[in-house]
Design a protein. Structure first.
Length: 96
């Protein structure tokens, strides 16, 4: 079967706690990062975030061998799932 995914970077499946902080308002969200690539990630959160919102994202690593992820990102999309949770698609704009 041919893979039709046209992404430039491979996505890795992860289940890691993610902290988001909206830069303009300072509002924080805690969620779970489900997949991650060199340029973006998706995070499940309990409250919606508007598209084009700039956030700081922090994902701690589970060990000393891997550095935590700290970056600025822009919300590309945020859609509600059937269970009431929200899935935010984020584009990484700058690594801290």
């Amino acid at each position: 079967m041919i893979n039709e995914d046209k992404r430039r970077f491979m996505r890795m499946s992860v289940d890691a706690v993610a902290q988001l902080r909206e830069l303009e308002s300072g509002k924080t969200h805690q969620g779970v990062c489900h997949d991650l690539s060199a340029t973006g990630l998706s995070v499940t959160i309990s409250d919606p975030v508007e598209a084009n919102t700039v956030v700081d994202i922090f994902i701690d690593s589970s060990g000393d061998m891997i550095q935590p992820l700290s970056a600025h990102a822009t919300v590309i999309r945020c859609s509600q799932e059937q269970d009431g949770q929200w899935i935010a698609g984020l584009e990484i704009t700058k690594f801290n």
